[in-house]
Design a protein around this ligand. Structure first.
Ligand code: AMP
Length: 115
């Protein structure tokens, strides 16, 4: 069996996390190494390794996650000031954890283009 990802360990309570939102399909917790004043990760509970391998059967959970962004950013206090969603994929994309996650970044003016 494939080794559990860090995020599966968080899901299973084996690693602590500052949870911001959780339901049966997804969870959102603060990033351990924040890159902005507000930085959280929105993660499906059932592992999808990365967006580049998502299949049509993942559409429901991915859609569900996107519809939770409004509520989560309100909880984080960045719904009005603005925020950015980022999904890193593969080596050049900067992916370090092979379990799909959406970075939610805010709390300051973010630069564009990203580095
Ligand atoms: P990525 O580089 O896009 O794969 O993002 C992985 C993110 O997971 C990084 O921003 C890390 O800081 C974050 N991360 C790694 N381990 C933990 C953890 N135990 N709790 C919260 N965030 C984590």
């Amino acid at each position: 069996m494939e080794e559990k990802s860090i995020f599966e360990k968080i899901r299973d309570g084996e690693i602590p996390a500052q949870m911001v939102y959780e339901d049966e399909h997804c969870m959102c917790f603060r990033d351990i190494q924040p890159q902005a004043p507000v930085h959280a990760l929105l993660v499906p509970k059932q592992r999808i390794n990365r967006i580049g391998v998502a299949e049509s059967t993942d559409a429901t959970v991915l859609g569900h996650m996107m519809t939770k962004v409004a509520e989560i950013t309100k909880t984080l206090g960045i719904d009005e000031s603005g925020f950015r969603l980022v999904v890193n994929n593969g080596r050049d994309g900067g992916e370090t954890v092979p379990h799909l996650h959406i970075h939610i970044l805010g709390g300051r003016k973010l630069e564009w283009p990203p580095g």
